[in-house]
Write a protein that binds this ligand. Structure first.
Ligand SMILES: *Cc1c(COP(=O)(O)O)cnc(C)c1O
Length: 386
């Protein structure tokens, strides 16, 4: 089986690609939904070869192929790999590097990955500098020719939704021989295509918008090159075994088939709620890339199309106690971590991240689902302390 999942021949839009899962029909049964392959092992030929290239399911499973092909199509990538979680996908990129390699990462980023970088990656010899990725000049200052091997971006970045200029940073990184990987979980492949902007690898927590129903943990990488780093990443997955179950891969594909509808709705609701709350006296600040008042708005407009995402954060004028009060009194907004599902979630983010977090303690992180936008707004407003 070819390691190249790309399917550039599919001539239709993302909506059609998603709804039809690239139009693939199972060749043996004519089923309109691909089969789930549960086998862990595959027969060897009499000539001692493996006729399909499939050997053992820790390395690869045909159930992943339709999902990986769809991700390649959406991101305009060369190859895609499914993983057992977003963290497994992200950490595979860093495990593809070598001791002594220098890495630039954002100061404010997905907290669990930042912790893994600090607790594991640095022990294994990666030299990681956390810098302000909203500042292109700062990136230029910190890049080290020949030594910097990777620039990790997350845009919009958790939990302040800060925007990094993918195009400008990729140009600078490539000039010193570094690759750029983008955690594009919150942008989704529908709103932003980092590979087309110059990035080399895109990462998604498929747990979020790709699956969209809060019932699968999975992750994905989409790559532009079949180079040494990509080959190492592929080996990290095959040998480390951070692969999803075939059932999860099939459920993920089912979720993805409606992603364009869910993401459109979530974007519209987030924009509406951000605009409404920005004018409310109980709110000190709304952080949302779709607001003209937001620091990264102009760059977001250039590198996102069709919306600014379903995530926003709200800082309460009366501080941490007001934020915790709101999270305790919403009825529709569910008080839980995670994002990108059909049900709206709210959390006091500093409590989730714990000691050392750069997240302000008056901040509520909100993931807009696909409920009625007015009911969501009303629910938030009735939860404010009075
Ligand atoms: C959730 C998330 C991850 C980690 O993904 P898991 O599937 O939970 O392992 C990484 N980055 C971002 C931006 C996320 O939201």
């Amino acid at each position: 089986m070819s390691s190249n999942n790309s399917n550039k021949a599919y001539p239709y839009t993302a909506a059609t690609a998603l709804a039809q899962s690239l139009g693939n029909i199972d060749t043996t049964t004519q089923a309109v939904v691909p089969p789930i392959h549960v086998a862990t092992t595959y027969l060897r030929g009499k000539d001692n070869s493996y006729p399909t290239g499939l050997i053992y399911s820790r390395a690869d499973n045909p159930t992943y192929k339709p999902v990986e092909a769809l991700l390649c199509q959406l991101e305009n990538g060369r190859d895609a790999l499914l993983f057992s979680s977003g963290m497994a996908a992200a950490t595979a990129v860093f495990q593809g590097l070598r001791p002594g390699d220098h890495v630039l990462a954002p100061k404010v980023m997905y907290w669990a990955l930042r912790n893994w970088l600090l607790n594991f990656a640095t022990d294994w010899g990666l030299v990681i500098e956390f810098i302000d990725m909203t500042d292109v000049a700062a990136v230029q200052t910190h890049l080290q020719p020949q030594r910097t091997k990777l620039v990790w971006l997350e845009t919009p970045g958790n939990p302040l939704w800060s925007i990094s200029d993918i195009k400008a940073i990729s140009k600078l990184a490539h000039a010193v021989g570094a690759q750029v990987a983008v955690d594009s979980t919150c942008a989704t492949p529908l709103l932003s295509r980092p590979l087309e902007l110059g990035a080399d690898i895109v990462m998604h927590s498929a747990t979020k918008y790709l699956n969209g129903h809060s019932d699968v943990i999975s992750g994905a990488l989409i790559g532009k090159h079949d180079d040494a780093l990509w080959q190492r990443i592929r080996a990290v997955r095959a040998q480390g075994g951070a692969v999803p179950s075939p059932h999860d891969a099939a459920q993920l594909l089912r979720g993805m088939r409606t992603m364009h509808l869910r993401v459109r709705e979530a974007c519209q609701t987030a924009q509406f709620i951000a605009e409404q709350l920005e004018q409310h006296p109980a709110v000190a600040e709304v952080l949302y890339p779709g607001l003209p008042s937001f620091a990264g708005h102009e760059i977001a407009k250039q590198q996102m199309t069709g919306g600014f995402g379903g995530m926003l954060s709200v800082r309460l004028a009366d501080g941490a106690s007001a934020a915790i009060h709101v999270a305790a009194h919403t009825k529709l907004w569910k008080r839980a971590t995670s994002l990108g599902g059909v049900e709206s979630l709210i959390e006091h983010r500093a409590s989730v991240e714990g000691a050392g977090t750069p997240c302000p303690d008056d901040l509520l992180r909100m993931s807009c689902g696909i409920e009625d936008a007015y009911e969501l707004l009303e629910d938030f407003l009735q939860a404010l302390p009075r």
